[in-house]
Write a protein that binds this ligand. Structure first.
Ligand SMILES: [Zn+2]
Length: 77
């Protein structure tokens, strides 16, 4: 009695490490003004108002959104 199993030779030993996303930061989507971010600022944009946070990057607390004119003052051109 020799029952052959054709699927026995398949070994699932391939592990793909490139699939794993290494991004441990928060994945919520934020809009960032690039010219303000280049100045080392938080640069988060409050989309409903179009205002930009000009506090330092990774500042504690909540964002302080300012108008476009104030954002221009810190933006890198
Ligand atoms: Zn901020």
């Amino acid at each position: 009695m020799n029952s052959q199993n054709p699927s026995a030779s398949v070994s699932p030993q391939q592990t793909s490490r490139e699939e794993a996303a290494q991004d441990k930061s928060s994945t919520h989507v934020t809009h960032v003004r690039e010219d303000v971010a280049m100045a080392g600022r938080c640069a988060n944009v409050h989309l409903p108002t179009g205002r930009t946070c000009t506090l330092p990057l990774r500042h504690p607390g909540s964002c302080n959104f300012v108008g476009p004119e104030d954002a221009e003052d810190v933006a890198v051109h």
